[in-house]
Design a protein. Structure first.
Length: 272
């Protein structure tokens, strides 16, 4: 009986030591894990807190709204659109030219997953197409903005076709997809432009309702109040056009303004 009592006492002491060790180890582990979590998450949280809080876009429509149709004279034209007929509180962000290849802009758009359409000009974007390919892999479509950003209206058909079709071929070779949308430089176009675009495989000529200009009062030229379906014109602005700010900051202000008016940014190609 005495030996059994000593055995029981020894077992109790061992159990107490094991429990104490486990608790001590667990507390140390919890403390270190918490510290590691704080170290790993604090910079991310701080960075994200400075970015705009966006309204999620609705699901894409099952049936796309109809595009304007050409007059029944046998001539097919890629007719212009500047907004999408929809009741959804969405607008569409289109970014032109490709002069600036700003890593901070690309990283922000990747983080926020903002959909936008890139209307690229070969003479401006062509020196770093891989930059735009990375944006394309995020789900953003590459569209046509001519080879050289030449004002098309008034030029002969052959010249206009060369500018548009030439860029169609160039973008297809680089990005693996043939554009379906086209934006004429400066928005200038005539009937010949629309015919040449259609002959190059373009479905619609995309203009805009709201124009973002750095340095102007508010994010939109003329302090434009948005309406459902508006197409917003933006640019890959180079430094000399940014009025001392950055492309990332101008984009942040734009996205906050869109959200403040109660709109989400949707993908144009889901509707056209």
């Amino acid at each position: 009986m005495q030996r059994a009592g000593r055995t029981t006492t020894t077992m109790r002491r061992l159990t107490s030591l094991i429990v104490a060790a486990v608790l001590a180890g667990g507390c140390g582990s919890t403390h270190s894990e918490k510290a590691a979590a704080e170290r790993s998450h604090q910079p991310v949280t701080a960075a994200r807190s400075t970015l705009p809080q966006l309204i999620p876009p609705p699901p894409p429509p099952r049936i796309k709204p109809p595009l304007p149709t050409s007059p029944g004279n046998g001539t097919h034209r890629a007719l212009p659109i500047d907004r999408i007929p929809t009741r959804e509180r969405v607008v569409f962000l289109t970014v032109d030219d490709g002069a600036a290849k700003d890593p901070a802009f690309a990283e922000m758009m990747r983080t926020l997953r903002v959909p936008f359409s890139m209307f690229l000009t070969d003479s401006l974007a062509g020196d770093d197409y891989p930059y735009f390919a990375r944006l394309q892999r995020l789900g953003n479509k590459v569209q046509n903005h001519t080879l050289s950003h030449k004002r098309l209206a008034g030029l002969p058909y052959a010249d206009q076709r060369a500018e548009i079709c030439g860029q169609q071929n160039r973008l297809r070779k680089v990005f693996g997809e043939r554009p379906t949308l086209f934006r004429p430089p400066y928005g200038y176009h005539d009937a010949t432009t629309l015919r040449a675009a259609a002959d190059c495989g373009i479905r619609a000529t995309v203009l805009w309702r709201a124009n973002v200009q750095p340095g102007k009062p508010g994010p939109f030229a003329g302090d434009h109040p948005l309406r459902p379906g508006d197409i917003v014109l933006f640019h890959f602005f180079p430094k000399e056009r940014l009025e001392g700010t950055t492309l990332k900051k101008v984009t942040e202000d734009l996205l906050r303004a869109i959200t403040a008016q109660g709109f989400a940014v949707a993908r144009l190609e889901d509707y056209v």
